[in-house]
Design a protein around this ligand. Sequence first.
Ligand SMILES: [Zn+2]
Length: 446
Amino acid sequence: MNTATLSAGTLALLLLFFSLFFQTFQQTDKLQEEDNPITRFQNYLRINTAHPTPDYLSAISYLKSQAQSIGNLQTQIFEFAPLKPLLLITWKGSNPTLPSILLNSHLDSVPAEPSKWIHSPFSAVRSSDGKIYARGSQDDKCIGMQYLEAIRNLQLKQDFQPLRTIHISYVPDEEIGGFDGAAKFAASKEFRDLNVGFMLDEGQASVNDEFRVFYADRSPWHLIIKAVGMPGHGSKLFDNSAMENLMKSVEVMSRFRENQFDLVKAGLKANSEVISVNPVYMKAGTPSPTGFVMNMQPSEAEAGFDVRLPPTADPDLLRRKIADEWAPATRNMMYQISERGPIRDNMGGPLMTATNGSNPWWAVFENAITTAGGKLAKPEILASTTDARYMRQMGIPTLGFSPMTNTPILLHDHNEFLKDSVYLRGIEIYESIIGSLSSFNEVSTF
Ligand SMILES: [Zn+2]
């Protein structure tokens, strides 16, 4: 063996050593990349739980594995309706006789049109400026994972022990009304057994640096009004045709809509504080092979409206208005109201959670945000609806809250995204909230 061979051998060994070193280094780097709060969030976002075929089983199995990786958490799966599983994760408190805390989020999301997105809606691509693009990134997979990440940190970094039991519920079907999800869950024995004292559900993004919080939802009604009358020749002037009567109603309703909208435009009320009445369809006319028969006034005409009532509105008063003014029998009108969810709680009160001294949980929640260095905006009514209404119906104080500041409101929009820094900040906020709520012991009956 000569010197040259030796050097070649040494060189080969050195090369082997370095290549092994870099491989290990790369692997470690990859492992780190694969398991941190952001990648865990991205992995959840990649599970397609959009309607009409939400993959609930994969979502639940992923969340369950996350809970197992934290440890010290129990998991249960319920099925209150066939093929509509619900996951409950529980962190037992040191005093389980105290009413518990429930953190809710829904598993499903609305559909997305991939061709209208800059990144595929279930790829959860993270752009160079930290935006994570995915359907559900704001509504509401962020909170579903943030709850778990906050608990992970409380357990593993802070060695925190809750006094009250904390539950996280992952419910199906919120986006299609929650009738087979949160509604059945809230009405179940299993729910009663949880002895929930206070609950958090989803909220909405805030475009400034104040966190938004919601103490009520508006209740949706589907209203159909229908007019019948004598048909007649298109050239004839006569009273009480179906179209004439329907159009009179539409005029009256448009005036009501305008009055409500004026209050918003004048800044006297928020969008969510007025009754909205929006026409969504009209059905009339006699079809012909080329369109509609033009020389005949039809004997039936119908219109549909999306109506939303704030909890401060009087539903009986609105029902009377519909019967007397919007679809009066004196004009051959009929109507059908389909209430999409509860409008009053089980005690007959409006579906609202107090945000003052009468609700001891409010101060705990508010202080937790301040302690974490956050600012809270004036509490609002949500213009749309969430599952929170079913819990408020049971008399449980429930706030809608998603910790997203300086974020455009993109729920149900194309290119829904959430910035990584905003997501991580949200975890810190929940650490403070969950820590405070689960330690709250001043009034043990609450
Ligand atoms: Zn939602």
